[in-house]
Design a protein around this ligand. Structure first.
Ligand SMILES: [Zn+2]
Length: 168
């Protein structure tokens, strides 16, 4: 068993996250710390059949701690790992995992969408120079003044992306 850190910074399935994420199949995954077993558990608990491709992509996604990946980045990793998938399959799988609550989508601008393996509440720095998304460690950031919410609506979540650039 390789010593892979799954739950280091932010943990992709800590208690907080597990509490706030719906598991459509109605059960909590029994995690053991073994990435292969855990990916299988997570998929099944989310009601997704653990196909070869989902398992392989899940292994790449969740086996290395909290990460932020675009579909293109995951596709490149899959290609390097000799996982036979198309970019379209990578997109589909990422969307299915997001719908199942196992990933969180973070859009930085119209062209870049990142998938975050840490689904607990947190905000992000976006490093414009190297196109990198980094967690803001403090989950308790608050806006000075929340906007008025239209009748019949409630705030589901506030995603904050603080864009950083190198000082000139
Ligand atoms: Zn994040």
């Amino acid at each position: 068993m390789p010593d892979v850190e799954i739950s280091g910074n932010g943990s992709f399935l800590n208690d907080e996250a597990a509490g706030s994420v719906p598991h459509p199949a109605g059960r909590q995954p029994a995690l053991t710390g073994c990435p292969w077993h855990d990916v299988n558990e997570m998929l099944q608990a989310a009601g997704l059949r653990p196909t070869r491709q989902r398992m392989a992509l899940g292994w790449l996604l969740f086996g290395k701690g909290a990460r932020h990946l675009t579909a293109e980045m995951l596709y490149e990793e899959a290609t390097l790992a000799k996982v036979p998938v198309s970019l379209a399959t990578v997109y589909n799988t990422l969307n299915q995992l997001t719908d199942a609550g196992l990933l969180r989508q973070v859009s930085v601008d119209g062209t870049k969408t990142y998938f975050d393996t840490n689904v607990s509440a947190h905000h992000h720095f976006y490093l414009e120079n190297n196109h990198e998304l980094v967690d803001i460690p403090d989950p308790h950031l608050v806006l000075q003044k929340m906007p008025e919410v239209p009748e019949g609506y409630e705030i589901a979540r506030v995603d904050m992306v603080v864009r950083l650039r190198k000082k000139r």
